[in-house]
Write a protein of this length. Structure first.
Length: 280
């Protein structure tokens, strides 16, 4: 009960500590193992979450929640093949609408990205369409790493796992994201950006990358990686915090209100605000 109360109020540190303490007394209890794994997922600590889920699978091989959670962990690690395999296993055991939606999204990503090339840096895993030049991909990674250092310093936080980035043609971006034509990028856990016609990172693309990267930082900092596990856990930083910080980081600092956002964030209020349930 206390763990549920703490999670509801954003007290993830104590909730995780309580869950790990419970495991000391029953280290082979699948429910307790999954509790720890779930809380680690909420913190975007996907690799460690998988360790607990693998232990849970040994003791409860027929529990459909294990592959369901493993699917989210693999998706968070940008391992689409493994995510698809786990969600298919979960659906075979117990069909659920939320898992089906996630599976269909992952399958669409997988189909689109099968021919994509890959590159990576210290903090990013990049996939890009063959229509994009390798030099552009390298330039994007350099730009992202530069922005990562600046945002890390400003927000005093380091995301625990590499961040996925996908570079699309304009048509592929529209097909996969279903975003309106005026949308220049999207961040749904992975940063998705159309780069058709570019040979290098210009000032506009740099601005977009920094904006979307800020969203990744704020999402993980406020422990909002619920990822559709249940409607009741759809918790995130309010839109005005997300957008305000993203605009501040990209350089749109129009007045005292924008600066106040950073002060609110730094004081830790954003985490409490993130406990508001998302609506609509």
């Amino acid at each position: 009960m206390w763990r549920r109360i703490r999670v509801r109020h954003g007290d993830m540190e104590h909730a995780l500590s309580d869950a790990r303490t419970a495991l000391i007394y029953a280290p082979e209890e699948p429910v307790l193992l999954m509790n720890v794994a779930y809380l680690l997922l909420r913190r975007s600590e996907f690799k460690e979450s998988l360790e607990y889920l693998e232990r849970a699978r040994r003791f409860a091989p027929e529990n459909p929640d294990v592959p369901k959670l493993e699917g989210w962990a693999y998706y968070g690690l940008n391992k689409l093949d493994q995510a698809v395999a786990e969600w298919k296993r979960a659906q075979a055991m117990r069909p659920q609408r939320e898992v089906q939606v996630a599976l269909e999204k992952a399958l669409a990503d997988k189909q689109e990205e099968e021919t994509y090339k890959e590159n990576e840096s210290t903090h990013f895993k990049l996939r890009y369409s063959g229509a994009a030049e390798p030099a552009l991909a390298r330039d994007v990674l350099r730009t992202l790493e530069r922005h990562f250092s600046a945002i890390e310093s400003e927000l005093n936080f380091t995301p625990p796992e590499p961040i996925g980035v996908i570079l699309y043609t304009q048509d592929a971006f529209s097909d996969i994201t279903r975003a309106p034509a005026w949308v220049g990028a999207l961040n749904d856990g992975r940063i998705r950006v159309p780069v058709q016609g570019l040979a290098s990172v210009d000032s506009e693309l740099s601005r977009v990358l920094k904006h979307e990267l800020t969203h990744s930082f704020v999402t993980q900092k406020t422990r909002s990686a619920c990822m559709g596990l249940a409607a009741s856990c759809a918790i995130r930083a309010p839109t005005w915090i997300q957008e305000g910080l993203a605009q501040w980081m990209e350089g749109q600092r129009s007045g005292e209100n924008a600066a106040a956002l950073l002060q609110i964030y730094s004081a830790g209020h954003a985490t409490r605000l993130a406990c508001w349930k998302a609506r609509g």
